[in-house]
Design a protein around this ligand. Structure first.
Ligand SMILES: Nc1ncnc2c1ncn2[C@@H]1O[C@H](COP(=O)(O)OP(=O)(O)OP(=O)(O)O)[C@@H](O)[C@H]1O
Ligand SMILES: [Mg+2]
Length: 398
C-alpha cells in the first residue's frame, strides 16, 4: 500500500517553513518505509540530522463538526485505529471556511479531547478554500538545496497573494534529467487563515504540528485504504457541509484540485424552505430522522433536486479537467465527507456521469482497536472521517 508520501504539507512546524527535503516522492517510497526514514531536516537556520518523524493526531476542523482520528502504525506498515470521535460545531462558528467565533471552536475541540481521551499533544489540521493555492509547475532542473533557496521567488508568479503572506511547501514529483526540467507540486496558503486554525488548537491546549490541505488528506486516506491504481483516473470528492474538495488522481499522482462552494448545507436549506423548518430540524430530517411528520419518502424529491445541482457543479469541474488535461477521462468517482451520506446522492452522480461512483470507506484497510469507538457509530459516520484519517496518517519532520 502506498500513500502519505508524495504530497507537500502547507506547514510542518518541525521541518521549518521554507526548509524542504525534496525528491521524496516516487513509487519507491511507500507508507511502510516512511517511518524507517531518518532525514536531515532544517529548523529555521539549523540543520538537524537524523531526527525521527513524529506521529500526529488528525484533527479535522470542519464547519459543521470537528473530527478526531488517532492511528497507530505497526511494524509491518499497517495502520490501526486507536481513537475516533466527532463533535458538532454550531453553524456560526466557521462561515465560508473562516473561523468567525474561535471560542466556540476551542470549546468544541476541548470537548472532543475529553470525550476521546487522546493524550498525544501533536495535531495535524487542514485548511481549504480560496486561500489555498495548489499548482504543478515546471522548473529547470536544479539540486535540491538550490530549489529550497529559490522556491520562494519561483512561486511568486503562481501565487495570487503577496508571497510574504503565505506559507509555502512543495515536493518534486519528477526530478527530470540534467539540463531538462523538473516537475514540482507547490502548495501555498494564506498565513492569516492557517494561523487562525493553528491558534484554536493552541488555545485548546495542544500543538498544531502540521497544517495540510483537505484534498491532500483525502488522497492520503484513499491511497492507504485502496492502494494506488496507476491505470485509472479517479476523482476523489470530499463533500462537507459548505465545500466540496476535489482531487483527481491520474497515473497514481494528483493532477487537479478544486474546492467548490457547495455541500450538505444546500440540502438542509432546501429542506428548511420546503417544509418551513429550522436548521436543526432540517438537519435531522436530512439524516433520515422523522421530523414534523415528514418521512424519508416526502423529502426524496427535495434531496434529488439538490443532488442534481451537486452533480451539475461537479460535472462542470470534471469537464474543465478533461478539457484542460487533454486525453485524461475520469474513470470513476469516489465520494467522502458527511455529504456523501445524503440518500441516493451516489445514484444521482452515477446517472449523471455514467461511470462508477463509490462511497469511500476510510477504514477499509484500517481495523479498529477495541474501544477505539462504538462500531455502530463508526460504521455510520465513517465517510465524514476521511479527511481526519488522512491527517492522522501524516507525520512531522518528513
Ligand atoms: N446521514 C447523513 N445524511 C445526510 N447528510 C449527512 C449525514 N451525515 C452528515 N451529513 C451532512 O454532512 C455534512 C457534514 O459533513 P462533514 O463533516 O464532512 O463536513 P465539514 O467538514 O464539517 O464541513 P466543511 O468541510 O464543508 O467545512 C453536513 O451538511 C451534514 O448535515
Ligand atoms: Mg470538511
Amino acid at each position: 500500500m502506498q500513500g502519505i508520501s508524495g504530497l507537500p504539507a502547507i506547514l510542518d512546524t518541525r521541518r521549518g517553513e521554507s526548509a524542504k527535503i525534496a525528491y521524496q516522492s516516487g513509487p519507491d517510497l511507500t507508507a511502510s518505509t516512511i517511518t524507517l526514514r531518518f532525514r536531515s531536516v532544517r529548523e529555521g537556520d539549523r540543520i538537524v540530522l537524523f531526527r525521527k518523524s513524529k506521529d500526529l493526531v488528525g484533527l479535522d476542523i470542519g464547519s459543521s463538526a470537528v473530527k478526531l482520528v488517532e492511528l497507530k502504525e505497526s511494524k509491518d506498515g499497517r495502520y490501526q485505529l486507536v481513537k475516533a470521535g466527532m463533535e458538532t460545531l454550531s453553524p456560526e462558528a466557521i462561515v465560508d471556511g473562516a473561523i468567525m467565533d474561535s471560542s466556540l471552536v476551542v470549546e468544541t475541540i476541548v470537548r472532543l479531547f475529553a470525550a476521546t481521551g487522546v493524550k498525544n499533544q501533536n495535531m495535524a489540521v487542514a485548511v481549504s478554500g480560496h486561500s489555498v493555492i495548489v499548482k504543478q509547475i515546471q522548473l529547470p532542473t536544479m539540486p535540491e538545496d538550490e530549489l529550497a533557496e529559490s522556491i520562494h521567488w519561483e512561486a511568486e508568479q503562481y501565487v495570487p497573494f503577496d508571497i510574504n503572506d503565505v506559507y509555502l511547501d512543495y515536493v518534486v514529483l519528477d526530478p527530470g534529467s540534467a539540463g531538462d526540467t523538473m516537475k514540482v507540486l507547490l502548495v501555498a496558503a494564506k498565513k492569516e487563515k492557517v494561523d487562525d486554525f493553528k491558534n484554536v488548537v493552541t488555545q485548546a491546549g495542544r500543538v498544531p504540528a502540521l497544517v495540510d490541505y483537505d484534498a491532500f488528506a483525502l488522497q492520503n486516506c484513499y491511497e492507504v485504504n485502496y492502494g494506488i491504481d496507476a491505470t485509472r483516473v479517479i476523482a476523489l470528492v470530499n463533500i462537507g457541509a459548505s465545500v466540496m474538495n476535489v482531487n483527481i488522481l491520474a497515473q497514481g499522482q494528483t493532477v487537479f484540485w478544486r474546492d467548490i462552494t457547495f455541500g450538505g448545507n444546500q440540502f438542509t436549506e432546501s429542506l428548511q424552505k420546503a417544509f418551513s423548518l429550522n436548521f436543526e430540524q432540517a438537519e435531522a430530517l436530512k439524516k433520515g430522522e422523522p421530523v414534523a411528520g415528514q418521512s424519508r419518502q416526502s423529502i426524496e424529491p427535495v434531496l434529488r433536486g439538490v443532488s442534481e445541482d451537486a452533480a451539475a457543479e461537479l460535472h462542470k469541474t470534471l469537464d474543465f479537467f478533461q478539457a484542460t488535461s487533454g486525453a485524461d477521462k475520469v474513470d470513476s468517482v469516489v465520494i467522502a465527507g458527511g455529504g456523501a451520506k445524503v440518500a441516493r446522492l451516489d445514484e444521482v452522480l452515477r446517472d449523471k456521469f455514467g461511470i462508477p461512483v463509490e462511497i469511500m470507506n476510510p477504514f477499509r484497510s484500517i481495523p479498529a482497536l477495541d474501544r477505539a469507538a462504538d462500531p455502530t457509530w463508526l460504521g455510520d459516520v465513517s465517510p465524514a472521517l476521511a479527511v481526519a484519517v488522512g491527517l492522522g496518517l501524516r507525520k512531522t519532520g518528513e
